[in-house]
Design a protein around this ligand. Structure first.
Ligand SMILES: *Cc1c(COP(=O)(O)O)cnc(C)c1O
Length: 386
């Protein structure tokens, strides 16, 4: 089918929640995508940091194929091996507590919010300006953005948005606080790293009032920033973290991972999900986690991220570059629209990137990207503005 025909079907049958670009992708491999006409694209968005292992990683594909021919689903009323192996692998590689699986980032955050309230009944959840935690009601209530929240009021009560300053945080946190929920680097907000000072204040405040410090690593996790988890490069350790996007190597899965203190807060019956932790997706995630944990890959993410940031900074229309590892945001000079640039990158240079705001670009290539591909992407962006 042509893009025009797909657009007709969309107009008639798809609830119009998405602004799709006029391209139909039919195949992917590594950091490369192909459209239906056979044109080749360089993918520097990776499905919004889902394809950290690259498109159709052969080991992930093999794990899916192998598991899919044997058993696809039985429900969480019974045991299967992949879900327990993945629970252990995630715990061992992070906070050394226990794991609850969900099907998305928003759902992982729902589990985290419920856990915090279960630990401190009726407690408030403190969240930060520019945060994004997802679109379901709890996660949306934790996302203090007027445009996203206002049409859907009333929201879930008990969420307290605060400015990203230690003093503001201190004023908002008290004995009534069940959790501070934050992204160590705000992804959808425009690749905005939080300061060490703010993170230390959050840690200290949580310790003082017996609240849980919860990191939303849905976007920063799975090696994106050059360590398996972004918290490893901060001066604090959270009490729990959530992850999703890249965890399934391309398939949908989310997880709440606790440290020891919160590991046994939930009791049987407190929370559940029919599909979560199914054998196919957990088999895929076990492989994705192993690939993303490789110290050589993580070192290369750091080096490639530095190379990428340095090259972007050389572009005359880039004023600053933010982020860590291969989570990269570029701020553009006034007069250059990031939205327009991302659109033209796709149509004129066959480079997939994205705008998080009117003047900021976001780039998140697969972690297996090469130096040559990084240089190529920068050259393609550079050609768009002359
Ligand atoms: C994408 C994202 C979410 C939401 O994940 P979904 O899978 O779309 O529900 C939550 N938090 C952060 C930080 C994200 O980047």
């Amino acid at each position: 089918m042509s893009v025009a025909e797909l657009r007709e079907l969309e107009r008639a049958y798809a609830i119009p929640t998405y602004m799709r670009n006029p391209v139909q992708f039919v195949r992917g491999e590594g950091a490369t995508l192909w459209d239906a006409e056979g044109n080749e694209y360089l993918d520097f968005l990776a499905g919004i940091s889902v394809l950290n292992v690259g498109h159709c990683h052969p080991r992930v594909v093999a794990a899916i194929q192998e598991q899919a021919t044997r058993l696809m689903h039985v429900s969480n009323l019974y045991y299967t091996e992949p879900v327990m192996l993945l629970s252990k692998a995630l715990s061992d590689s992070s906070l050394r507590g226990k794991v609850f699986f969900a099907n998305s980032g928003a759902e992982a955050n729902e589990a985290a919010i419920k856990l915090a309230r279960r630990a401190k009944p009726g407690g408030e959840i403190v969240v930060l300006r520019d945060a994004f935690h997802g679109r379901t009601y709890g996660a949306l209530s934790a996302t203090p953005q007027e445009a996203k929240q206002a049409p859907f009021a009333p929201l879930v009560p008990g969420f307290v948005p605060v400015a990203k300053e230690p003093d503001a945080l201190a004023a908002a946190v008290g004995p009534q606080t069940a959790a501070i929920l934050l992204e160590p680097i705000q992804g959808e907000g425009g690749v905005l790293p939080l300061s060490d000072e703010l993170l230390i204040a959050a840690r200290e405040l949580c310790d003082q009032v017996g609240a849980a410090l919860i990191f939303d690593e849905v976007q920063t996790g799975m090696g994106r920033t050059g360590t398996l988890w972004a918290y490893e490069q901060t001066p604090v350790v959270p009490d729990a973290l959530t992850t999703a996007k890249a965890l399934g190597g391309g398939l949908p899965i989310g997880a709440l991972i606790t440290g020891p203190r919160l590991a046994d807060v939930f009791e049987p019956g407190d929370h559940a999900s029919t599909f979560a932790g199914g054998p196919v997706i957990c088999a895929a995630a076990l492989v994705a986690l192993e690939i993303c944990s490789d110290p050589e890959l993580l070192a290369s993410v750091v080096a490639l991220g530095e190379r990428f940031a340095a090259a972007l900074e050389e572009l005359p229309f880039v004023t600053s570059v933010r982020g860590r590892g291969l989570l990269v945001g570029a701020e553009l000079v006034p007069g250059v629209s990031a939205v327009e640039l991302a659109r033209r990158a796709l149509s004129e240079e066959r480079l997939v990137i994205n705008a998080t705001g009117p003047s900021s670009l976001r780039m998140e290539p697969p972690l297996i990207v090469t130096e040559a591909e990084i240089d190529d992407a920068v050259a393609r962006i550079g050609r768009l503005v002359s």
